[in-house]
Design a protein. Structure first.
Length: 485
């Protein structure tokens, strides 16, 4: 609602919310590990590596897609619930647990994690009773008038297909280190799951020696593991590739970081004083070295893999916006935004009437405006280019009907293609837009400039072949007419 009310529904507010929630997750994990690392260099290294993993390019989808707010927020709320429980602050812990519960169904299980923390930290019976009550009350509210989600599998399916269940679970857990490959993600997830089991056994063997921050970190990892299991129950039939979706990379990242931090915080059986100190230092340095190596490999590989993917996603979004803003019903392009064209059309009518989303942002808000009257024009010769062709969109065959238009454009001053191209009718009224980049070897050869390979464009016109095209330049404040050289 805030994004609609204050930011014109442009997704800006949701992106800010997503990034803020992930930053809170990072801050919470840093709060837990910093008390266990006494060397300032160790602290800074651990925090920096956690930052790199939690904001790796593999989960960029979570930060730019408003639908993902709850996938990020539920884990931020759960981390802070564990922190408050560790500090024995029952009311803030309950508030965070309730926030997690209201965000997603898996948030229910943070209550059980808090109950476990109350028991191992030997809190008063009132704390354990409060967390147990919170779980059962939330569960009752959730199950009241419960309806299963269409296409999701039941718990019995996982029992009947244990190999599929375990495979999906491990790919989910290792998604942050899988680099888009199910087999690699399964290996990472398998190793992490085994390490979690060993960590738990080690902690139980030395139960009285473990610190509250250790148990809070363990609780965070346990919550992600439970969440992965719940997700697997409902979605195992979709196949392991679906477990690599960007939305699941966030909990996978938090699982791997919290697990690493928990190992660094683990108190082991004491030996002689000198050997104990040396052993702890060796363990800490070894853990940080492994975390450093793994994080650097993960961040670099994910950056390389996702750079092209995110560029493609951005271009597809612009293509959809070009068609939608021009009123062109191209189901192929609509499918790049959502798989139900009717939902898009219904939403577009409302957004257009309310002047929200793309209809409040340049260049798409310029539809119907007149170049030279509503939009200042740059001196002739600033831009080169031309319209090459206009092809009727599928389902439209009449003259003057919606068309897909192609051409090229080049800003002679900045030596770049204008960010967007406006398509106009004989009266210079904007009837379409072109944002898609199309490679043009011929233009690059003509200008003797490799970067001119990106000069090609494609877009949509609401009324067939446009009379002219203008590139938007200088921060989209000026329109320059495309003129052939």
């Amino acid at each position: 609602m805030a994004d609609l009310a204050w930011l014109h529904g442009r997704n800006t507010g949701l992106v800010i919310a997503n990034v803020t929630a992930q930053a809170l997750s990072w801050a919470g994990l840093c709060v837990l590990v910093r008390s266990r690392l006494h060397n300032p260099f160790d602290r800074v290294t651990a925090m920096a590596l956690a930052l790199a993993v939690l904001f790796s390019a593999a989960q960029a989808e979570n930060f730019i897609w408003g639908f993902q707010v709850q996938f990020v927020g539920v884990y931020a709320a759960s981390i802070w619930a564990c922190i408050f429980a560790m500090k024995r602050w029952i009311v803030p812990a309950c508030l965070m647990a309730m926030t997690a519960t209201l965000m997603m169904a898996n948030g229910l299980f943070i209550w059980l994690v808090l109950l476990g923390l109350a028991l191992v930290l030997k809190m008063k019976k009132g704390a354990a009773f409060t967390y147990a009550s919170g779980f059962f009350l939330s569960l009752g509210a959730y199950l009241f008038d419960f309806k299963s989600i269409e296409r999701h599998t039941s718990a019995s399916y996982g029992l009947m297909h244990p190999v599929d269940f375990v495979s999906y679970l491990l790919v989910y857990l290792g998604g942050a280190g899988g680099l888009g490959r199910p087999s690699l993600a399964m290996c990472v997830g398998g190793i992490a799951a085994v390490l979690f089991g060993v960590l738990t056994l080690q902690a139980v063997r030395n139960l009285d020696k473990q610190s509250p921050p250790f148990w809070a970190l363990w609780g965070v990892a346990a919550f992600v593991l439970i969440s992965a299991g719940i997700t697997t129950i409902g979605r195992v039939s979709f196949g392991v590739e679906q477990a690599l979706a960007g939305r699941y990379v966030t909990p996978s990242s938090i699982f791997l970081v919290s697990l690493s931090f928990a190992w660094l915080s683990l108190a082991r059986t004491s030996g002689p004083a000198g050997s104990t100190a040396r052993g702890k230092r060796i363990a800490t340095n070894g853990g940080l070295a492994l975390l450093l190596l793994g994080s650097l490999v993960l961040v670099f590989a994910n950056h390389v893999r996702n750079k092209a993917e995110m560029a493609g996603r951005h271009q597809r979004a612009d293509m959809s916006a070009d068609a939608i803003a021009a009123g062109v019903r191209d189901l192929r392009v609509y499918g790049m935004t959502y798989d139900n064209a009717e939902v898009i059309e219904k939403g577009v009518r409302w957004l257009k009437s309310a002047h929200l989303s793309i209809f409040s942002a340049r260049p798409w808000s310029l539809f119907g405006r007149t170049v030279g009257v509503d939009i200042p024009v740059a001196p002739e010769g600033r831009c080169a280019g031309r319209i090459d062709d206009a092809t009727p969109v599928a389902g439209h065959t009449n003259a003057g009907s919606p068309a897909r238009v192609t051409g090229w454009a080049w800003d002679m001053r900045t030596k770049r293609r204008p960010s967007h191209v406006l398509l106009v009718d004989p009266s210079n009224r904007v009837i379409g837009f072109a944002s898609e980049t199309v490679p043009r070897n011929d233009v690059a050869i003509a200008f003797r400039m490799p970067r001119a390979l990106t000069a090609g464009w494609a877009g949509y016109s609401a009324s067939g072949m446009p009379s002219a095209a203008y590139g938007l330049i200088d921060g989209e404040s000026l329109a320059c007419k495309l003129l052939s050289l």
